[in-house]
Structures are given as structure tokens and as C-alpha cells.
Design a protein around this ligand. Sequence first.
Ligand code: HEM
Length: 403
Amino acid sequence: MPLQSDVKPLADEVAEFYHATGDADPTSLYHRLLTEEPVHKTRFGFWIVAEYADALTVLKGDKTIRTAPPLAHPGSPEDELNRHFLSRKEEPDHGRLRRIVQGVFSPRRVRAFTGMIEDTVREVVRRARETGEFDMANDIARPLPLSLLCTIFDVPLEFRDAMSDALANLILAYRPAGAPEGAAQLADDSAQLVIDKIQSMMDSRRRDPGDDLLSVMLQAQADGAEISDPEILSIVAHLLQAGTQTTRILLTNGLMALLEHPGQLARLHADRDLIKPAVEECLRWVTPSRTLAQRVAIDDIEVGGKVIPEGDELAVWVGAANRDPKVFEDPDVFDVGRTPNPHLSFSTGTHYCLGVNLARLEGNVVFRVLLDELPELEFSKSELVWGESPMRPMITSMPVRVR
Ligand code: HEM
């Protein structure tokens, strides 16, 4: 037990976490926030909301809370690109735009991708049987979500890698604790590249429409739906970004969680019906977006007994809410049979994730095929390569050996 004086002030630990890298383990910080100060004002001026009930208050409190405006400087390419991201829009614009795209992500429509996901994983399995290993991050978790979204928008093959790298660079600038040097310029250059590519896709799709989602939006516009070119451009970029980074984390970090808990893995091997709840438990355990796009109080509001003054920003730490013992029994136990599991990994309220059905399908099919085809998998934590953001715990390389 450390002496009282050895315990770092909570504010220091929070500030350090914002400067950490992707491999930082937030579990003990989640506990401190939940037990000591569930609504905590950070050194950076914004508030952290950690408890589940308070997270619901903020995420559903449409009358008093708005999403914070983009961090980008007005008029920059980055601003142009993310100004119309659905997650930053308010009603009625948010609903107007969401309605135009949401049909494509219904359970029925996304189920059509089952075969494509199975084929991708089986091809990796085939090669892994020859070489004895595969890289979960680079062979499955990065390319699969990207190629599904690129299929949905019919992104030309030659654009895919450049756009995916550029969209990943954009996130680097979003660091409340201060972006790394050069990040703002990199984000602007990356935004410009994405804008150019999507603009050229829009031009060619106007000349030669297909049945992809970009053509659907352009057709809706031609038929009189209220949707502008800058809105279409932002939505394409947003979906490509939102649908790839997070799913990639679910797949790699979810597999890691399963392999680190052999008893739970054995339960899955014995009973495939557990795959569905296991994917939900991976979502809770990993929480791919540990903190959500910041909200701003548009009136003085009370959250968890504290008054948040009008104009202050709030960061909902869904990673901590997903470990709240008031809602989850034994929250630090990884239990593939956990039911119910009302995790907030897809958020809640008006900005509830648009891609839940696709993300869940990917998790379920990838883990099912891997378990069926390669019952004995091994990995070593020391071989993992982690990304830079502690709020998005991205693994960029994960060698897995097969037997
Ligand atoms: C495991 C995978 C995924 C996770 C954990 C995840 C998580 C989230 C979260 C937490 C939000 C809400 C953000 C907020 O309230 O500030 C969100 C919104 C969103 N997600 Fe996902 N997401 C995933 C996959 C996808 C996929 C595959 C798509 C592709 C279509 C997608 C598209 C979106 C969009 C468009 C929004 C904004 C919705 C709105 O504001 O109305 N997501 N996602």
C-alpha cells in the first residue's frame, strides 16, 4: 500500500494519460476516476465524465449539450473536410443527412457482406497454414474494414491505401493535451489529399453513376433531396474514417483479449453460440473509442452533483463507464457470456454509431472463422506494435502463430 504522499494527484495522472501512447493501460485510472471523482475537471480546462449514469445524462441531454465544434482552424482543408461529419452536426441537419445514408447500414443490407468477410479471413488462414503465422493487424484488421467501406462507396483500388493513411493522420491532430509537432500541417495535407480524391470520385460518379453509396447520395441530390456537395464530401470521409479505425481496434485488441483469457477461449470453442456475447464483451473490454467527441454545455448543467458552467467542454470516458461496478458485475473480469452487457462502446443518443450492424458482423464472422479454422493461436505481447493515441488503443502489428 503506497503512503498517502506517494499517490499522485488525480489531475496529474489524467494529464499524463493524455500524453501516453496506445499501449497505456487505463484500468487503474478508470478506477480512480470512478471512486474519487467521477466528474473531474482536467488541467486542460475540460471535464471528464466517467460514471455510466452521468455518461447517459451527457449523451442523451440534447437540450443542454451540443457536440463541440471542430478543432481545426476555420477555412483550412481539415475544417472543410470535417465540418459536416455526422458526429458534429445538430438537429435538424443531423437527422436530414443521417436519413439519406442509414439504409445502407441496416442489418439486412450489411449481412450481404458475410461472404466477403469469410473469404478474406479464409485466404489469410490458407496462407498462414503455409507460413505458420499471420499478422492480425495488417492481414485482417486493417484491410478488411477498409475494403468493405471502399466497396460500399466503390473507391477505386488505387486510392485506397493513400486515403486510409491520410484519414489516420487526421486523428493525430485531435489531442486535447496538445498535438505532436507538425501534426496540424500533416492533418491539413492529409485532409487536402482526401478532399481531392473524393472530389474526383464525385466527378466521375456524376458522369457514370453506379449503385454505390456515393452515387446514391448524388442521385438523392439530383432528385431534390437537401444535401450539398460539401456535405456529401464530408460524409464519405467520415464513414471511411469512422468505419475503419474503430473496427480495426475491435478485431486486433478483441483477439488479444480472447487469447489472453484461455479459459474464456475454451468456452467459445465448446459453444459457438457464445460468439455473439463474446463480441459484445470484447467491445466493452477494449472500448475502441475510449473517449468520445467532446460535448459543450449550452447552459449551466448539473452532472453527477457538479455544476458544469455554460460553455465548458465535456469528454465522456466511455472506457471508464464500461467498467462502472454500479452497472457491470465484476467489471474487471472478462466474461464471454456476460448478459446483459449494456456497454457504451457505440455511444447512445442521437449520435449512436451508424455502423453498429456492420461492426458487429465483422467481429462475429472474423472470430468465428478464425476459431473454426485455426483452433490453436499464439501471440506474444512483446511483439505488438502500438499506435500513438491513448484514446484509440490501436495495434499496428500483431504477429500470430498458428499450429
Ligand atoms: C467496433 C467498431 C465501431 C465502434 C466501436 C464505433 C463507435 C462509435 C461511437 C462511440 C460513435 C459515437 C461518437 C459520439 O457519440 O461522439 C460512433 C458514431 C458513428 N459511427 Fe461508429 N463505431 C464503429 C464502427 C463503425 C462503422 C463500421 C461505421 C461505418 C459505417 C461507423 C460509422 C459511424 C458514424 C457515421 C457515426 C456518427 C453517427 C452520428 O453522429 O449520427 N462506425 N461510432
